[in-house]
Write a protein that binds this ligand. Structure first.
Ligand code: C5P
Length: 227
């Protein structure tokens, strides 16, 4: 039987991938399906958590017991996440957020022209995870903050050292590091991860169903909550 070790804990999860519009029909996006975030939502709810999901462009059934808000762009995800974080005990940032967005969104569909196409000018999006950690550290709310890192390094050592550096840079409590690329993780039902805790603990989750990674993420969250 499942242990209700997240009973009454308010868990906010972002999932999916943001889309940054170029015109009414085109966007810059990424390959995130939202599966890993939705699995975490299912597992956390089954373990007793009160789950809120912020889903960016996810085409999956809503996990039982989760409350769902849909967003499209990084800015919408940002607004929704900041608003909801105030009522959360745990924030899990599983969404793949676009690092850049087009400077302008053209009002009408961009025409195929005879001339060379206009270059797309991009501007950086704020790092929501870094903003959340800053707000938490400033005392605006108290929550365990979990980040994700999709790394494409081909050697495990690579992935790990990038992960450790990212954990320090982002200032979150836990970082879930995945190796992506070449058909791995994005859109698949299986995943492997290394969960880094800021106290130095590292948990390796071997390649397997995303539900197993989700369970390991919940275990790491429980151990942070019980500190
Ligand atoms: O730096 P990188 O994009 O690899 O970091 C990934 C983590 O940061 C994820 O948890 C993601 O949700 C979060 N992130 C964010 N805002 C951004 C970019 C990434 O919150 N603009």
């Amino acid at each position: 039987a499942l242990v209700p070790d997240l009973s009454g804990v308010r868990v906010l999860i972002t999932a999916g991938g943001t889309r940054e519009p170029l015109d009414p029909v085109r966007y810059l996006g990424n390959r995130s399906s939202g599966r890993q975030g939705f699995e975490i939502a299912s597992v956390a709810a089954a373990r007793g958590a009160q789950v809120s999901l912020i889903a960016a462009n996810v085409e999956l059934p809503t996990p039982a017991g989760a409350e769902l808000v849909r967003v499209e762009t990084a800015e919408q995800l940002r607004q929704a996440t900041h608003a909801a974080a105030k009522d959360a005990d745990v924030v899990i940032m599983a969404a793949a957020v676009a690092d850049f967005r087009p400077v302008t969104t053209v009002e009408h569909k961009i025409k195929k022209s005879e001339a060379a196409p206009e270059p797309v000018e991009l501007v950086g999006n704020p790092d929501i995870l870094v903003e959340l950690v800053a707000a938490r550290d400033a005392g605006e709310f108290a929550a365990v903050v979990v980040g994700f890192a999709a790394e494409t390094g081909d050697q495990t050592g690579d992935v790990l050292s990038h992960g450790r550096a990212k954990l320090a840079r982002k200032g979150c409590d836990l970082l879930v590091v995945n190796a992506v690329g070449a058909g791995r993780a994005f859109g698949q039902s299986d995943n492997a991860a290394i969960i880094l805790d800021r106290d130095g603990r590292e948990t390796e989750v071997p390649f397997g169903p995303k539900a197993l990674v989700a369970a390991a993420v919940c275990d790491a969250v429980v151990s942070r909550l019980n500190r």
